[in-house]
Each structure stands twice: as C-alpha cells, then as structure tokens.
Design a protein around this ligand. Structure first.
Ligand SMILES: [Zn+2]
Length: 379
C-alpha cells in the first residue's frame, strides 16, 4: 500500500501523465514534446522557472539571515530511496516523497518539510543547470524540494492556491578533480536505476547520505517566486538558489549521464530553458549562519521579507524576454523594519526596554547626588 501511495505521489509530482503530446508524455528535446510544447502554466504562466540570475547582486550583503534545519537534516542515512523517473534521478529518504526534515529561516515564511531531491545535468559540462548565472550554465543543479508544513503532502501543497506552498533549494555543481564524497553514495546507486522505472516506484538504496553535506559552505542565495520547472509548471515555488557551487568530478557526473530516459536514449540535458523574470524581483540574501533548530533557543521565525511592499528590489527585468536584466536597482534599498533577523529583533526589543529604565536610574542618581551636595554645602 505504501508503495502504491509513493507511486501515486511521484506520478502526480513528476507529472508523467501530463498531456503534452499524443502519447501523453513530455520531454526536454523533441519535435512534439519539448519545452515549447509544454501546455498550461508552462505556456501561459507569468512567474515561470528557471530564470537567469545576476551575479552583480552579490555586492549587496547587508541583509543577514540564518538558515535553521532540524536534527533530521544532520543525520547520516544508511538507507534511502532512488528513482529514475525518465526525466531525472530522484532521491527520497522514505518510500514516499516526504521526510521528518524541517527547515525554516533564511527569510522564508514558516517551516518547510523536505520531500525529495533530484538533479538536472548536461551531456557535457558546458550545460546542465536549469538556472543560469549571467547567462552561463553550471554542469549540474540539485533541487531539494520542500513543502510547507501546513500541508500533509507535497501533492496537497501543489493543489492549494498558495504561491509559496513549495520551497526548493537549488545547488549548482562545478567540476572538481576529486570526487565529492557527499554525492558518492548516490553515484554508487545509479547503476541500480540506469533504466527508468515505469511504475515510478523508488528503489531502496544503501550508502551514507547526509543532506547538509550537499549544501555549500557559503550560504548566500538568490530568492524569488517561481514555478516547478517540469509540467505542470505550477507557480507555487519560493526559490532559494545558492550562489556558491559544490563540487563533482567528471567521473561522478558521467555516472548520471549513463542513465537512460523513457525512450532508451541517454538521460542528459534535462534542463528547461530560462524564462522571463518579467515583473518579479530577485533578492540576494546573505545567509551567514546555519543553525540546528534544537541549538537555537529562539523559536521565533523570521518575518517574511517579501510579504509587504517594503521589499528590497534587487534584480528586475524591464523587458519580457528574460535577458535584459536592469542593473539600476543593484544597490539595496533597505526600508525600515525590513531586516527582521532574529538577532536584530532581540536587540531592538532590549533597546526599547532599557532606554526608559536608564533614564529613571539616571534621574534617581542625579537627585541623590544633588541632595548629598546640598548636605555637604550646609555643613
Ligand atoms: Zn528540478
């Protein structure tokens, strides 16, 4: 039953049954099923992903945030689940797309549960990532898919109208000489799923998988509101794309390239071309701290920096083609009350209490001193 549920969830999320062509399939390269043929929100949506990101925003580092992950993120998983769904290699911690890993902070509103992660990669290392930086691809991009803890499942999150129902962490890879041990447990299991699984049931896998080892050391990120990058392209995703890549060797990447798609061809170039930023804004967020939620005495969750009109306009696109990024607003325009990090809240609160108290104490001290001086003078 659990496997049936898992299969159901994965089918809906990966939208393998999404009607694009006569065969009811979608693809990345093809005359009748490629991205230009994807329908629904993919065609008509105004907040689509991926997009091109602007590296000059990195100058702006005033907005400091903390990313908080619970203990489950820091565990080493000896058993996990792996699936070739014909479009990507997907990893889950359970046989369903859910877990006990909870994330908040980093300017996100509320908490999000880790569901699954999957990869996008190229046939060669000049392409592969979905997001681009200044028009350039990285050879691979990892997506850690989360859904808001207001929902029971990823499916119910995607069915709601909430435009922030899903949160995805995007991590770029760059080629390194050495293998990256953090990714090796997944690489080792790829031969098990070289052929796509038509039933979309994830297979049990063994290794030493640690989610936090997949995060870059420097957690500065781009934040914007967008969509799933596969059909149905639902516009319910708050994106966090880390600026700094992690490593992968060509040998490890070739293992991904050895997988087959549902047509028996090499599963490569599974990235959607970038879309227009249009009226959206991209924020550059300086996440300078990673905390275990249990080590953080504060249960406060950071306010949503994008919820009101008083947001930082970091990157916007004045034309509708997604390539004419306007650099006019590269500088931060911080409005009052915007830097709502946990620390700054505490500081300002302490200041509000201590200022009147200090005035009273000073007053008493001065009164006492005056009375003492007057007594001395009288003597
Ligand atoms: Zn993805």
């Amino acid at each position: 039953m659990r496997f049936i549920t898992a299969s159901f969830l994965i089918v809906i999320f990966s939208c393998a049954k999404y009607q694009v062509n006569a065969n009811g399939d979608w693809c990345y390269e093809g005359n009748d099923c490629g991205p230009s043929h994807w329908a629904g929100d993919c065609k008509t949506g105004k907040s689509q992903s991926p997009i091109d990101l602007n590296s000059t925003l990195a100058r702006n580092r005033a907005d400091r945030k903390t990313l908080r992950l619970d203990d489950e993120y820091f565990k080493f998983y000896d058993n996990f689940f792996i699936l070739n769904n014909g479009h990507s290699i997907q990893i889950q911690l359970k046989d369903t797309a859910r877990s006990d890993c909870l994330m908040d902070g980093a300017g996100l509103k509320g908490s999000y549960i880790f569901a699954q992660m999957h990869f996008h990669w190229g046939s060669n290392s000049n392409v592969g990532s979905e997001h681009t930086v200044d028009g350039k691809h990285y050879p691979m991009e990892l997506h850690l898919v989360h859904y808001s803890d207001k929902y029971d499942t990823l499916v119910s999150a995607l069915q709601d109208s909430n435009r922030r129902a899903v949160a995805v962490l995007g991590i770029f890879f760059e080629i390194t000489e050495r293998d990256n041990p953090a990714i090796q447990s997944i690489v080792n299991e790829i031969p098990k799923v070289r052929e796509p699984e038509h039933t979309l049931v994830a297979k049990p896998a063994q290794g030493r998988l640690n989610l936090t080892a997949l995060l870059p050391r420097n957690l500065e990120l781009w934040r914007y509101e967008g969509s799933l990058t596969t059909p149905s392209c639902a516009e319910k995703v708050v994106w966090s794309v880390f600026r700094h890549p992690i490593g992968i060797s060509e040998k490890q990447l070739n293992e991904f390239r050895s997988a087959k798609d549902s047509h028996g061809k090499p599963l490569v170039n599974n990235f959607r071309p970038t879309l227009a930023l249009a009226r959206r804004v991209v924020k550059y967020i300086n996440v300078d701290q990673l905390l275990r939620k249990t080590d953080d005495p504060s249960n406060e969750i950071e306010d949503d920096p994008d919820a009101s009109e008083s947001t930082t306009i970091d990157q916007h696109d004045t034309d509708s083609h997604g390539h004419g990024i306007d650099h006019e607003n590269d500088e931060t325009h911080t409005h009052s009350g915007e830097d709502n990090s946990i620390d700054s809240n505490k500081d300002s609160g302490a200041q509000r209490i201590s200022t009147p108290l200090l005035s009273i104490l000073l007053c008493i001290f001065l009164c006492c001193s005056a009375s003492q001086i007057s007594k001395i003078l009288q003597h």
